[in-house]
Ligand binder design. Structure first.
Ligand code: Q9C
Ligand code: ZN
Length: 361
């Protein structure tokens, strides 16, 4: 199994996050992926490669142009206008009936984000691009015939929508990779480094399933694929009536238009055990098997672990190899994309456990 990792993740190192009325030390920090990387090296689980450099085209397929231009310049424009040099964090959010476009340097953060847990620092955009490149490289490896790849992404991505960031996420790595896998087999001829057409664009994209096993609902991924017939989104997560992201992730969100019936949410109670989780996973996997996709993208968070500081499930380390084994039994070429997980001391064991389970296919 190939892991794709870039040290550029460390360019994103937020000084704080806003939580329950307090500015606190961020849960999402560079140590997370360092712990996973060290565990992978100790476990001798396969080669670790640097991402290939992709241009913006495969990212533009998922995110709006003005949003990407904002992210690229947010920090410099913010500091230039007198914003705190520590990080970009909005004061006023565009919500419901107050969502007129307003994108001055100090205001744009509130237009393009939906919470106060995703500060932007000088290196955030470069780190986010490196994470997207890692996911795209993993996707290209699958298109080239690999059965399993692990994109060790940081910052994570599944909360980022087409034009909104939040929840530690800026670019939706899993969604970018899923779209790329779908069109990649015909649109991108050379392992994905350019967007040259190899066959007529009338050809349909391959079907891709995204399974999101982060503790939190993948609201960004859901939004991006909500009306699409070629991508199935299935998410197992804490009930949003109780947990972040609160305003999406309910079971009655089933997709719309051409995507009707192709969005599947499994909101769960607090205290979920290994046995309970594995039983729900069976239902999720049955839906994926029914869809019969060509590829699987696994948004993998380890904040389902009992010791996670911001989760309330009760999974133990034993759960992750079993989850991996069951997913591997789908028999699909699978790209694992790293999302959340904040019990830093346990991340290495949990990640290698999942990957070992997946390797048993
Ligand atoms: N009261 C990921 O795991 N704050 N993002 C939660 C709970 C934000 C999690 C507040 C959590 C974001 C990728
Ligand atoms: Zn999470």
């Amino acid at each position: 199994m190939i892991t794709i990792f870039s040290p550029d993740h460390a360019l994103h190192d937020a000084p704080h996050e806003f939580l329950d009325g307090k500015l606190i030390a961020p849960h999402e920090s560079p140590i997370r992926v360092r712990m996973i990387l060290e565990a992978l090296e100790r476990a001798d689980i396969g080669p670790i490669q640097s991402p290939r450099a992709f241009d913006l085209d495969p990212i533009r397929a998922v995110h709006d142009n003005d949003y990407l231009a904002y992210l690229a310049q947010a920090y410099e424009r913010w500091v230039g206008a007198g914003g705190d040099a520590a990080a970009v964090l909005p004061s006023t959010l565009a919500v419901r009936w107050m969502s007129r476009r307003s994108v001055g340097p100090l205001v744009a953060p509130g237009y393009y984000s939906f919470d106060l847990s995703a500060p932007i620092v000088a290196g955030t955009y470069r780190a986010a691009r490196a994470a997207a490149d890692a996911a795209l490289t993993g996707a290209a490896l699958l298109l080239e015939g690999q059965r399993l790849a692990y994109a060790l992404c940081r910052p994570p991505g599944h909360h980022a929508g087409s034009d909104l960031y939040g929840g530690y996420c800026y670019l939706n790595n899993a969604a970018i990779a899923a779209h790329f896998l779908g069109v990649g087999s015909w649109e991108l001829a050379d392992g994905g480094r350019s967007s040259q057409l190899s066959t007529p664009s009338s050809q349909l994209p391959a079907r891709v399933a995204v399974l999101d096993i982060d503790f939190h609902h993948g609201n960004g991924t859901q939004q991006i694929f909500y009306e699409r017939a070629d991508v199935l989104f299935v998410s197992i997560h804490a009930d949003p009536a109780r947990e972040y992201p609160y305003f999406a992730g309910y079971a009655d969100e089933r997709g719309a238009g051409a995507g009707a019936g192709l969005n599947l949410n499994f909101p769960l109670e607090a205290g979920v055990t290994n046995a309970r989780y594995l039983a729900v996973l069976e239902q999720a996997l049955a839906a994926i098997a029914d869809f019969a996709p060509r590829f699987l993208v696994l948004s993998a968070g380890f904040d389902t672990f009992g010791g996670d500081p911001i989760g309330d499930f009760a999974l133990t380390a034993d759960a992750y190899p079993l989850i991996g084994q069951r997913i591997a039994q789908l028999g699909l070429p699978t790209l694992v994309v790293q999302e959340g997980g904040y019990a830093v001391a346990a991340l290495g064991e949990n990640a290698t456990g999942l990957l070992r389970g997946l390797c048993a296919m």
